[in-house]
Unconditional design. Structure first.
Length: 336
């Protein structure tokens, strides 16, 4: 998950720095274990406020998202302001702790409600796997609880940065027997596809993010999100088509009005089988991306602060001339 950094001229999200430092994560988790959640917040929130105050692009990206969300769904109930972007940052800080608690086994099964997971359980009973498209939303690590509740369910989550790999290594150390495994990849090449094909053939599930465009811009398609067109990766849909397996969407969010660790794991079947006709391949990919985009928008209408893409999401895939123009505008932005 990408923390509080955004580009000055809408460069690719993969080039952005990560600020989830290993030593800091360990220290904050120790603070929670010894002193509790309130002291954890006391330690973490000043760090969050510092990044909020110094990362103007991230604030603007957050505000842009919240404004589009409010216009499309009305879920905030008021016109978003800068204070809402701070709330957005703080929600991400809480999610960091929940990720650690989830994988360390500190959040019990009674704290997670599930909806729609029956289809995956049927596949498991049949020894079949599936591709699951996810987003940078909520706390995906809580799916561990569902996996442990139903023996035999194994989930492999693809992560795309070395920093995420280090962070996930900490999570694995906290709970080495977890049924959730993280696989670091830079792109889905033939070797990776073979590995994932073996996983699915063994009845396991493969989760891949569907809300960040890969380095190769040609591997993206347009779909509307919050009333505006954005570029979406095609990897999850190509992978499901190659593996000839079902395609599901999954997210775990703390919805508005639910306090504490009251998360809801939502699972939705997008397609029993993904077909990509040779003469309409791009159109089929765009249709699948639109379906996922619509599902994601529905979730965020219930949990508006749960989406953690702190970069200009709708600027992904802009041609160089438009990107250069965005840089010119940012160079004259007094809030930079």
């Amino acid at each position: 998950m990408q923390p509080f950094v955004a580009p000055t001229a809408a460069p690719h999200w993969a080039s952005l720095g990560e600020h989830t430092f290993v030593a800091g994560v360990r220290l904050l988790f120790w603070v929670y274990r010894v002193l509790g959640r309130l002291p954890f917040r006391v330690c973490l929130y000043p760090v969050v406020v510092y990044y909020w105050a110094t990362r103007g692009n991230a604030r603007r990206a957050s505000l842009d998202y919240l404004q589009k969300l409010e216009a499309a769904t009305g879920s905030l109930g008021h016109a978003p302001a800068w204070r809402d972007t701070l709330r957005h940052f703080l929600a991400f800080a809480d999610a960091i702790l929940d990720k650690l608690l989830a994988v360390s086994g500190s959040i019990g099964q009674t704290n997670l409600r599930t909806e729609g997971e029956q289809g995956l359980l049927v596949l498991t009973s049949q020894g079949r796997g599936a591709v699951i498209v996810t987003g940078h939303i909520g706390c995906m690590e809580l799916c561990r609880i569902s996996a442990e509740r139903h023996r035999g369910v194994r989930l492999n989550v693809l992560v795309h940065t070395r920093h995420a790999e280090r962070f996930n290594r900490i999570l694995q150390q906290l709970h080495p027997d977890s049924e959730v495994r993280f696989i670091q990849v830079t792109e889905v090449n033939p070797a990776t596809a073979m590995l994932l094909a073996d996983k699915v053939a063994q009845g396991e599930f493969v989760a891949i993010a569907g809300d960040r465009v890969p380095v190769r811009q040609s591997m993206s398609v347009p779909a509307r999100f919050m009333g505006h067109e954005a570029q979406w990766p095609v990897g999850p849909y190509v992978l499901a088509a190659l593996l000839k397996c079902p395609l599901y969407a999954m997210a775990c969010v703390r919805e508005s009005g639910v306090q504490g660790s009251g998360y809801v794991l939502r699972v939705h079947c997008l397609a029993e089988q993904v077909a990509l006709p040779r003469n309409a391949r791009r159109e089929a990919l765009a249709a699948h991306a639109q379906q996922f985009s619509g599902w994601l928008e529905t979730l965020l209408a219930r949990a508006p602060l749960a989406w953690f893409n702190f970069f200009p999401f709708w600027a992904q895939g802009l041609e160089p001339s438009r990107t250069a123009h965005a840089k010119h505008d940012n160079d004259h932005d007094p809030d930079r």
